[in-house]
Design a protein around this ligand. Structure first.
Ligand SMILES: Cc1cc2nc3c(=O)[nH]c(=O)nc-3n(C[C@H](O)[C@H](O)[C@H](O)COP(=O)(O)O)c2cc1C
Length: 268
């Protein structure tokens, strides 16, 4: 069940030093060929050998391979990238493979050159893939404590009913309760959890709460939103409640740090 995969996922930075089994490498590669996202911007993700390509990360121990992805800067490319990359990471988790998205902790120029990132493209992040080591490195456990990686903001602080004045409890979130609860567990850069949403009847309006500045790589918090939307969408589908993403300015007063991105409508 997808909810189980989401609940048991955590970022993995310490691996056991083995490469992926041939079967897993093949399954992952086949899955990469099928990456889709609902935002209409294609995302290319490849499985790469670390040593052969000189790929390294100062926070990763024992990984022999990496996933790296790139996308053209057009439309909702950050959402598309976050969604597609997370979908693969959840699939990997189902196979027992660990991942962690890395936007900052990687030798970026090498990744970009291996992926032949063009001037109109961006490589928002990459991830090691491998089998989690039994024990986390000291560095990883210190890092996790530092960013409170095991904690999430309260449901009521992220999600609202009708407007931003009325916090929404999980119990009151109706058909969206489970999917929003699973969005809340998603990974995000520096664990900032920028997902915000306003629920009204059969629609959810999604916003990003900006607490980091944009860089030449685009807006990493929009990538976070794409990751959260992947969790949300997969859980809605799994519950037999598919919907579609539409852009429809909700006209709800919102503080400056909140940017409306997209809405989800349940199909009736
Ligand atoms: C877009 C994105 C970029 C990230 N970049 C880094 C990074 O550069 N280095 C790192 O150690 N972790 C990175 N992370 C991992 C987060 O720190 C992690 O997801 C968060 O602390 C929550 O922990 P969890 O994934 O174990 O739930 C990134 C995560 C996301 C989603």
């Amino acid at each position: 069940m997808i909810q189980e995969v989401i609940r048991s996922r955590r970022s993995v930075r310490t691996f056991d030093g083995n490469p992926l089994s041939q079967v897993h490498a093949q399954l992952l590669t086949e899955h990469l060929g099928k990456t889709e996202n609902p935002f209409g911007v294609p995302v290319e993700i490849r499985l790469l050998d670390a040593k052969e390509n000189g790929l390294t990360s100062p926070v990763i121990v024992g990984a022999k391979q990496y996933l790296a992805g790139k996308v053209r800067r057009e439309g909702d490319y950050e959402l598309a990238f976050g969604y597609a990359f997370e979908e693969i990471c959840l699939y990997a988790k189902e196979l027992g493979i660990g991942t962690v998205m890395l936007a900052a902790s990687l030798n970026r120029s090498v990744f970009e050159s291996v992926m032949q990132v063009g001037p109109d493209e961006v490589l928002p992040c990459a991830s090691p893939v491998g089998y989690p080591a039994e024990k986390m490195s000291f560095r990883e456990s210190v890092m996790r404590k530092g960013i409170r990686a095991d904690q999430r903001m309260a449901f009521e602080r992220m999600f609202f009913l009708g407007d931003f004045e009325h916090p929404l409890s999980e119990q009151a979130a109706g058909v969206f309760a489970e999917a929003l609860a699973m969005m809340r567990l998603a990974p995000s850069a520096a664990n900032r959890q920028p997902w915000r949403a306003v629920v009204s009847e059969n629609r959810v309006d999604f916003y990003v709460y900006h607490s980091m500045s944009e860089s030449r790589l685009g807006d990493i918090q929009k990538v976070d939103l794409g990751i959260g939307l992947c969790h949300f969408d997969l859980v809605m589908q799994a519950q037999g409640l598919p919907g579609r993403f539409v852009r429809r300015l909700p006209g709800i007063p919102a503080e400056e740090k909140l940017e409306y991105m997209i809405s989800f409508e349940v199909r009736r």
